[in-house]
Ligand binder design. Sequence first.
Ligand SMILES: O[C@H]1[C@H](O)[C@@H](O)[C@H](O)[C@@H](O)[C@H]1O
Length: 565
Amino acid sequence: MGSRRQRKMDDGERSLIGPPASGGDASMWFVYVLAAFSALGGLLFGYDTGVVSGAMLLLKKEMNLSALWQELLVSSTVGAAAISALIGGFLNGWLGRRICILVSSFIFSIGGVILSVAPDKVVLLVGRITVGLGIGIASMTVPVYIAEVSPPHLRGQLVTINCLFITGGQFIASVVDGAFSYLSHDGWRYMLGLSVLPAFLQFVGFIFLPESPRWLLQNGRSQEAYQVLGRIRGRQNVEEEYDAIRANIEEEEKEAGSGGLVILRILSHGPTRRALIVGCGLQMFQQLSGINTVMYYSATILQMAGVRDDKQAIWLAAATSASNFVFTLVGVWLVERVGRRRLTLGSLLGTGLSLALLAVGFLLTALNSPPITFHPVHSQNSTCTQYRSCEPCMLNPDCGFCYRENGTQVFDSSCIPVNQASTDHAAWGRCSNQTGVPSGPMWAYNYCPTSYSWIVLVGLIFYLAFFAPGMGPMPWTVNSEIYPLWARSTGNACSAGVNWIFNVLVSLTFLHVAQFLTYYGAFFLYTGLVFLGLLFVLGCLPETQGLQLEDIESLFKSNVLSHRI
Ligand SMILES: O[C@H]1[C@H](O)[C@@H](O)[C@H](O)[C@@H](O)[C@H]1O
């Protein structure tokens, strides 16, 4: 590395470019502004993926949506994000980071407008796909842009701030959902449309903000690169950094060649292939640890814990996403203190233990599932009425549990088909209306009344406390820094694509997995996957803290199985 550091621009070139603009201490301020404006992409990512659950409660009633349409409207966004993240890699290399951020905020704005004026479900679907396209591009471009403009000692923290914005977006979405849930007519238009505001702000901001100096240099625009680096770093000595980046690009071209498809070059070049495996593996294990199951089903988990009122459950779900946000803040604080590797390992260990606790809570709940004591006769024959206890009844999505309660004692309990139009009621019988009246029958859909729910609640809190500082942000942070410049866009596109694909897979399969393996089986499965992830990180993830982006590639030159804690 030393010799690379010695390389300087030749005098002719430097006099052409002129001295970098000096900004004094204002330079740090400028890096924060750049990070904040780009992280608005993270905010939109979080907002648009989070807001839909609350909007769906109103939409399904107003538009009379079938289960298939509800699933389509939720997962089309994530599916579109997976595809556009992959395409984003090519766009990033071709058009640059800045144009990609402009494109994504433009797409977000258009998507928000379509969603807020949608006259029917087909237009809604078009809107949801549109925002998904924006999310995919933003999710892979923003971390790369922030990493490329940050000084090494702040890079981890600034990229982690993007994740803080993601969880912040999810939190804002849950509060907006709560607030507009009282507006049963058209409330969803405000929920889905509000994302236009940050999208527009980002678009305007990026008209004035600069391109990444690293991308400029790679594309032969050395004068602009030098100017931008000077503007971002202020009075700091940028020549050394400029020369290092340029020398590195030349060296990379010699080593990895410059023709052919980038993905093929990545795969045939040992260090980048290893980096890609680490990056994609981290993103895969992030999703396999079940974060989005926990986020999506937190309302159900809270209901199991004894929260019966719908509105209360919505606000407590907001508290769940608030915890995800607050604990991500802990990650921002820790990342430059303990490093990426130790943070990820600690987070995985705690996440695994919390998942095991959640599973034990569900297991005890299942073992103590209240028996069914009342078998009403109805002309409409159904499998629901055949069950002997609440557990199998709750696991069948067509059935719900209708019961009376005396303190913690459950009595007069039956399993009844759910009303297809609204899971808030049974299709017939005493729970088909008037539930929630004191001393009246209670209706439990998706959960069983239990006195072990506190274990599940404690598990949920521990889960977020451990996941959010490490496994939440680190896959994004590490991916933004482990690839050499020529492979950075493609590497991030692939790993972001893996993240979105596993996101769809885990959230779409959760209910089926729970049906086959029960809830506790599903959570034991996630526990096992997290411990596999722990072994993977233990063997493969090197520490990248404090290094220049240009120096990180060398970490992957040697056998990746030799990293110490
Ligand atoms: O890093 C983020 C964050 O942890 C979010 O809470 C989660 O919903 C996303 O899937 C993940 O990529």
